[in-house]
Write a protein that binds this ligand. Sequence first.
Ligand SMILES: NC(=O)c1ccc[n+]([C@@H]2O[C@H](COP(=O)([O-])OP(=O)(O)OC[C@H]3O[C@@H](n4cnc5c(N)ncnc54)[C@H](O)[C@@H]3O)[C@@H](O)[C@H]2O)c1
Length: 340
Amino acid sequence: MLRVGLIGCGNIGLRGHLPVYARIPEAELVAVCDIVEERVQEAARLSGATPYTDYRELLEREDIQMVDICLPTDLHSRAAIDAIEAGKHVLCEKPMAHTLEAAEAMIKAVRRNGVKLMIGQVRRFDHRYAAIKAQIDAGDVGEPVFIRRAERQFLPFPPEAWHWNPKRGGGVILDIGVHITDMFRWFFGEDPTEVYAVARSVRENARIAGSFDHAMITCKFPGGKVGFAEISWAYPQGFGGALYAHLDIVGTEGKISYSEKDTNPMLIYTQDKGHQLPRYFRFMSTTEYAFEEEIRHFARCILEDKEPAVSIEDAYAALEIALAAQRSAENGEPVELGRR
Ligand SMILES: NC(=O)c1ccc[n+]([C@@H]2O[C@H](COP(=O)([O-])OP(=O)(O)OC[C@H]3O[C@@H](n4cnc5c(N)ncnc54)[C@H](O)[C@@H]3O)[C@@H](O)[C@H]2O)c1
């Protein structure tokens, strides 16, 4: 069993990653870290792990083999490099980093130290999308030619949260955009040649921070294939968030459609409330088992010395395309992407 230290006990660290360790046989959470004392105490109380407010102390522990980083995006690279230099295997939340330079520094550190690094492109571990990918690979719809994706939310965080800050979180194009740029590459099985984005700052928080909270992104792929996505943090509060995620894959011989709203299997009717389609996914668009699959997969890769399903190159490419979309949205011009 691997011993793990979790760095960052905020939204996703505490609610998405931490509970997984109590359920899986491959890894045990022995240390938790957050600079906010109450958060790390809460994480320690929930997990039984030792609390730290300075991650360097956690990294000094020789019994820890794997570090799970759930820090704000602009802190990923520094913390991941520090963990890698301390000889730890690293699972780091997406996006890989906030700049390509920061991501390149992570790659260099991995190559120097011979440890494993996986970025949590969690859609790949979500049973729903994994099932769709399996159908594509089996040739059920022929060759995919058009993908339409939507991920719509109301971002609940206050104006001072780092998520809105374009330099720290990159706004919706970086934060949610890396999910869709990764998904397009995964489903098409190749790299896009061009990206074009139109984006807006709809909510006051985004306007004050100078970031985008709603974007339409078009990625051109070789042979005329296209991936189109609407991503948003600006849907009305209470709209249902990512429950209204949507995906269409159009192939030369068929089509796959997936809508969280339309496929919600539960309908409740009561005389006082009428028809209701209750949310049955408890955690945003990413069900808890997707984080469980992701963490178990990475732990097994370490234990069995296998390559992770999301390569460093995959995560870097998802970031590179999202950053190009950001430039396109700022300049109003399509951005050509270099061939790898
Ligand atoms: N995979 C997904 O679907 C998904 C969903 C949400 C967030 N995320 C990613 O997870 C990361 C964290 O997002 P979040 O919403 O949980 O943010 P958050 O702000 O809620 O949590 C980050 C935590 O890190 C702590 N922190 C900051 N600096 C620190 C330091 N130097 N040392 C220790 N702790 C420190 C903060 O106090 C906070 O508790 C982001 O990169 C985000 O993109 C991924």
